[in-house]
Design a protein around this ligand. Structure first.
Ligand SMILES: [Zn+2]
Length: 449
């Protein structure tokens, strides 16, 4: 049966980034779309034939968008922490990844999907190995999102990635898309970037399906330019005369609206202008950046000037949770402390970044707002909690979103019109079984044989 969602208040940003507030709201869903939203008194005649989700204690928001992660890295959570990025990757993560089997990725990604949904995330942009297994985890869990079709020079080719795209892009009733995932400028050569751009441009000009995105890590570490130059030298490729990773992407024709770049820590003012002019997209992952000691991105300039910006958790081995509320709170607090200015990065801004900002960052129309003819991706949050009280004013609720709400306050989650998580339990998932599988896999990966 179709659903109707009831709450105390609904909050969302519309397509023009204007905050909308509906008191005592009722949302009517049919199939996988919202068909109406208004006050309960005005819309109650539409309830007939619908199952009602929620009650007068719920805050209704669009499902949150996690713009950059590696879902199956739940398998490595807590196994190697407090280490420099280089040592963490080369001595711990990459040797463990060498032992990965495809079924491992299915269970790791499934656990990540369930953790995401239970904390209010309904769309995830993931980049990882064994993409078909990741796709199966998305399909089985009910999550919406992107699986990565990986390209790394010498390890994963563009033609393999194209096979992944052909198999998975715009499948499972449109709930799963593929993203061409070029790991980074220090692992992918100029030629591989250019060939990928040519493929994407051609694909997007001729397709009736949703446009493809090119997903990459960018300007994450200080040594990225040097590492990128060395990689290309090793492969006898001409390197452009540039001084930042952003200039590099711009020079070789990658910086455009098909690009979503994760991290963007080492961006100059000129780089931010280049992103703005190109309408390229950014996922900010400040909690991961802090944990890996990678400096912090110029968030103030980025969110002031660039429209297509959302938030990501990064992988659960470098965060260490997929709860986007942790990232939201950290982002709202960090810059206030660093610059001695409590007016920086306001509650309304982080709410925008986590919802409509995410929609624009991943270019998936209709997932980040609560309006007729948009996707029925809705999260209800129980406000009847000590740490969310008082909540009679609209401003207080918005402030709670940034400063005191947690993923564990999420009460119900609807994705694509389906109630996946009801009264804090999964409707149709055995979480204990998935956790048991992941424990077994982690033990095998850590064993010496
Ligand atoms: Zn990442």
């Amino acid at each position: 049966m179709d659903l109707a969602v009831r709450g105390k208040i609904a909050l969302y940003f519309d397509d023009h980034h204007k905050l909308q507030i509906v008191k005592d709201p009722l949302i009517i869903i049919e199939d996988n779309s919202i068909v109406d939203i208004g006050s309960f008194d005005d819309k109650r005649n539409l309830i007939a034939g619908h199952d009602v989700v929620g009650d007068e204690n719920q805050l209704l928001i669009p499902g949150l968008v996690n713009c950059h992660t590696h879902l199956a890295m739940t398998l490595f959570r807590g196994l190697a922490d407090d280490l420099p990025l280089d040592k963490w990757l080369k001595e711990h993560i990459w040797p463990l990844e060498d032992k990965l089997q495809s079924a491992d990725v299915y269970y790791g990604a499934k656990l990540g999907a369930l953790e995401s949904i239970a904390s209010g995330v309904t769309t995830v942009n993931s980049m990882y190995w064994f993409p078909s297994d990741e796709a199966r985890a998305f399909a089985d869990s009910g999550l919406r999102g992107f699986i990565g079709a990986p390209v790394i020079t010498g390890i994963a080719t563009l033609s393999e990635a194209i096979n992944v795209i052909e198999k998975h892009h715009d499948t499972v009733d449109g709930r799963i898309r593929a993203c061409l995932s070029l790991h980074s400028p220090y692992t992918v050569t100029v030629q591989d970037f250019k060939d990928s751009a040519e493929y994407i441009n051609n694909y997007n000009e001729n397709t009736s399906k949703p446009k493809l995105l090119l997903h990459t890590h960018l300007a994450e570490s200080k040594t990225e330019m040097q590492d990128s130059r060395e990689l290309n030298k090793k492969h006898d490729q001409t390197y452009p005369d540039v001084s930042t990773p952003t200039e590099f992407l711009n020079e070789i024709g990658i910086l455009n609206e098909n690009l979503i770049a994760a991290h963007c820590i080492h961006l100059t003012e000129k780089d931010i202008q280049l992103f703005k002019d190109a309408r390229a997209r950014i996922s900010l992952n400040p909690l991961s950046n802090a944990k890996l000691g990678n400096y912090m991105p110029p968030v103030l300039g980025i969110i002031d000037q660039i429209e297509n910006v959302g938030l990501g958790t990064d992988g659960p081995a470098s965060n260490n949770t997929l709860d986007l509320f942790d990232t939201i709170r950290f982002l709202a607090l960090y810059y206030k402390g660093f610059y001695h200015d409590p007016t920086l990065v306001q509650a309304e801004q982080v709410f925008r970044l986590a919802t409509i900002g995410g929609e624009k960052a991943v270019n998936w129309k209709g997932i980040g707002l609560l309006e007729p003819n948009t996707s029925a991706d809705i999260v209800t949050i129980n406000l009847k909690k000590p740490h969310l009280t008082p909540n009679e004013s609209d401003d207080a609720i918005l402030n709670h979103f940034a400063y005191s709400m947690k993923g564990s306050d999420v009460e119900n989650v609807i994705i694509d019109g389906d109630l996946i998580f009801k009264n804090r339990s999964f409707v149709d998932q055995n979480v204990d079984e998935v956790m048991g599988k992941v424990e077994g896999i982690a033990q095998r990966l850590l064993s010496k044989d």
